[in-house]
Design a protein around this ligand. Structure first.
Ligand code: FE2
Length: 247
């Protein structure tokens, strides 16, 4: 039995929308087939795969059904967290989504899933992404304060959701935790954040995140051990579509 993670599939079986990188980037050519091949090669039916957001370009559930069917057909138990592009998933209606896909897909929001004696907890997260204002040397001189104020509001909501996930697991008796976020836990200006502090407060062992695409973005946040917790980026293009073994 093993636990794997990957994120940012950005599937488009029912959508014309694609990011520029998906149209031209070599790593994105036929990425659905690559991921399927690697999952089928590495994973067994008793394994768990956590998909950490940005599943589909579809805006409504009806426009995502083929994308979700693709995920459903991958081997093992599939657990999904929300990404910034997952418009089909209203966080407040997660119970409805879980009822609709019962036994097929598992949506992680204000709840948790168990894996052996671990609780898998998570939420979308949020990191302030600017715009940052740079000088000619590329040094950051300032940033958009209105956008920062909005990010602060989202931060309060997302940290509350992460705590709710931890508390649900703790109430069920779990003491070991793996955290799944879509956004990186820190932005390019931060060395720590509300998310790293929550992970530390609950003694989480690992924090898994995605959202960082393209080589220029891969080092925007934490990699490896920080304050005793392992931080791992699992965006699909970073992993070259090979799901990362977590446990
Ligand atoms: Fe994203």
């Amino acid at each position: 039995m093993a636990l794997y993670a990957i994120g940012d599939l950005h599937l488009a079986y029912q959508s014309e929308v694609k990011a520029p990188m998906q149209r031209s980037g070599r790593i994105w050519q036929n990425h659905e087939a690559k991921l399927k091949k690697y999952c089928e090669a590495y994973m067994k039916l008793e394994d768990t795969l956590v998909l950490v957001g940005d599943h589909s370009w579809g805006k409504k559930l009806a426009q995502c059904e083929k994308d979700l069917a693709y995920i459903e057909a991958l081997p093992g138990r599939k657990i999904l967290t929300r990404g910034n592009h997952d418009m089909f998933w209203n966080a407040k209606k997660t119970k409805r989504l879980n009822a609709l896909y019962r036994g097929r897909l598992h949506f992680l929001q204000n709840n948790f899933y168990s894996y052996h004696d671990y609780a898998l907890v998570g939420t979308k997260g949020v990191t302030f992404e600017g715009p940052f204002y740079l000088n000619r040397r590329g040094q950051i001189l300032g940033w958009d304060e209105k956008a920062e104020a909005h990010a602060e509001k989202l931060l309060r909501r997302e940290t509350a959701r992460l705590r709710a996930s931890f508390e649900a697991a703790r109430a069920a008796g779990y003491k070991k935790f793996i955290v799944f976020l879509h956004y990186p836990p820190t932005n390019i200006l931060e060395t720590e954040s509300a998310f790293t502090r929550i992970a530390e407060a609950y003694n989480a062992e690992q924090v898994i995140y995605a959202h960082c695409h393209g080589e220029a973005r891969f080092n925007d946040s934490l990699h490896g051990e920080f304050h005793g917790i392992g931080y791992h980026l699992v965006s699909g293009d970073y992993l070259k579509w090979r799901p990362k073994r977590i446990l």
